[in-house]
Unconditional design. Structure first.
Length: 556
């Protein structure tokens, strides 16, 4: 398991904010924001940003806004807005009354664009998209100025107004910043600030056909909200000069926020690209944004991950200045660690093999009182019925046991958890030679699982009474991809999907206490792992998702 070293765990951003606060920068005020684009569901990488932004604000007695940078109506939907708010709340954070949208500022952003034109720092360009690309140059060659770059101010103001009024076709005109076509930073070569786009906006409807670019709206929205520290991932490092240019050249802004970049979260055996996740969902490789196989927050929630474990994971991996790869096993470790202390225990048999206890009285039922958690008496007890016929896991019997196999075998005695010691007498087979039933005897003097004569047995099995068993479906989830870093090099990430990432078991047998679980309730199925009641559960048949195994099964 790759655990970040101490240097990577140091949160350099908190050091910067602490120094700014000590120096009285921004009057000692700290304000951050989490600014998602509502064009998809949040994933575990966003959780890192959420924890960082809300955490920094909390640590320094500041405030964190939730703002939707909704500047691209073609990809944004109210569904995503709602899901993002639900995810942030589920993670345990509250933006209180500070919910904002870039679309709240459309009129104000337009006024800033007019001011840039009037100051000679922006112009309307009539080049096509292809011509703009050709004029931009390359990393080795400077760009060329557009022939429209020096249009008179009045003409530019008029053209922008006509763009807003819908007089031009999509793509016919754009507003560009007038910066430096020879800049070594391609972002600064007269970047586009506005484009005409006839698309219905999820909030403003059809009121606008002129939309700001993200790189324009984002820094100015930060300034409008008086953000002090604009925290973003490393892919925006090359955009920081444009961020600073806009903050410096738009007059009358109420604040001058500082952009600070940090390394995004990269996890093994999964993908964190919103584009790739969208492809998995839209092309049917997974069953929606909340599929437990993908790293969306809604998927992790449905799988049974806890917000506390995710927050601890984000805290432990720290905030680095350079990209690194985090072992997904570390995330699972924190989930396992959190659930171990809090998940009640229960018995479930996923691949049942019937056991008939021949000397147990027919029609008789015993009831055993079993602790719901071995280390937490406050969680109470549950009553587990026992009868002449029970189910055990098929893998807990071996007709010809291997050397270190201590479970049930012909002539061997084992303990049934909290019940009795039993001895296998016979394995019954069908015509094809498959074992379909075991015939055993029990020692009535071993009630509770201990022999009064002190004899020891090495194997302890979980079990479920056949007469009282609850039928259920169980979904076993594993790594989404077979490759540690899917899609690297020339590989197509879709060809590296793990066909065993989900296994659906039907006919599982559960103890009666699991008959009607609350959706989202988490349990440790003894000896099997941690499981969560799924939303597909019905009154007649519960459905459980495996959250994580009891240990990291991917290690040797």
């Amino acid at each position: 398991m790759t655990v970040p070293d101490e240097a990577a765990r140091l949160n350099f951003i908190r050091d910067i904010v602490s120094a700014d606060k000590a120096a009285g920068t921004n009057g000692g005020r700290v304000a951050t924001r989490f600014p998602p684009e509502p064009n998809g569901y949040l994933h575990i990488g966003h959780a890192k940003s959420i924890c960082l932004n809300f955490g920094v604000a909390s640590d320094f007695a500041g405030a964190c806004n939730l703002r939707f940078d909704d500047t691209n109506p073609e990809t944004e939907e109210t569904e995503y807005v709602d899901s993002i708010q639900a995810d942030v709340r589920w993670l345990g954070f509250d933006w209180e009354d500070r919910l904002f949208y870039a679309s709240d500022y459309f009129e104000r952003l337009y006024a800033c664009a007019v001011q840039l034109i009037q100051d000679g720092k922006a112009y309307v360009d009539s080049l096509t998209a292809e011509e703009i690309r050709e004029h931009r140059g390359t990393l080795r060659e400077p760009g060329r100025e557009s022939p429209h770059r020096n249009r008179p101010v009045a003409v530019n103001v008029d053209l922008l107004a006509r763009m807003r009024a819908g007089e031009f076709a999509d793509g016919a005109q754009v507003l560009r910043a007038k910066i430096d076509m020879a800049s070594p930073n391609m972002t600064m070569r007269d970047p586009i600030l506005y484009r005409v786009r006839r698309a219905h906006h999820h909030r403003t409807g059809d009121a606008w056909c002129l939309y700001p670019m993200y790189d324009y709206a984002h820094p100015l929205s930060d300034a409008f909200e008086r953000i002090t520290h604009s925290l973003c991932t490393l892919e925006f490092e090359d955009h920081r000069p444009l961020y600073d240019w806009l903050i410096a050249n738009v007059t009358g802004l109420p604040a001058r926020p500082r952009q600070i970049e940090f390394a995004r979260l990269n996890l093994t055996y999964t993908v964190m690209s919103k584009r790739k996740l969208m492809q998995l969902v839209t092309e049917g490789y997974v069953d929606g944004w909340d599929d437990p196989r993908i790293p969306t927050i809604s998927g992790l929630r449905r799988r049974g991950f806890t917000p506390e474990a995710i927050r601890r994971f984000c805290e432990e991996i720290g905030v680095a200045k350079r990209e690194n790869m985090i072992d997904i096993g570390l995330l699972e470790f924190f989930v396992r660690d959190h659930l171990n202390a809090r998940a009640p225990r229960a018995m479930a048999v996923l691949r049942p093999l019937k056991v008939v206890i021949e000397n147990y009285p027919e029609g008789q039922t015993d009831t055993f009182e079993v602790a719901s958690h071995p280390d937490n008496p406050a969680m109470g007890t549950r009553h587990v019925p026992f009868g002449r016929e029970i189910y055990i896991e098929r893998e807990d019997f071996m007709e010809e046991p291997a050397k270190k196999f201590f479970r049930l075998a012909p002539g061997r005695e084992v303990r049934l958890r909290g019940a009795y010691l039993i001895t296998c007498r016979e394995a019954v087979k069908d015509a094809a030679g498959n074992i379909v039933e075991l015939r055993c005897t029990y020692d009535s003097a071993t009630r509770g699982g201990d022999a009064p004569d002190g004899r020891k047995v090495k194997g302890t099995l979980h079990w479920v009474s056949a007469a009282h068993a609850v039928d259920a479906d169980v979904r076993l989830y594993d790594r989404l991809f077979t490759h540690e870093t899917p899609g690297t090099g020339d590989a197509d990430f879709l060809t590296q999907i793990n066909p065993g990432a989900r296994e659906v078991l039907t006919g599982c047998k559960l103890e009666p206490s699991l008959a009607s679980p609350e959706v989202g309730a988490r349990f440790q199925f003894e000896r099997l792992g941690y499981f969560c009641a799924d939303q597909d559960s019905t009154a007649a048949r519960p459905v459980f998702n495996r959250t994580v195994t009891l240990k990291d099964t991917w290690r040797g």
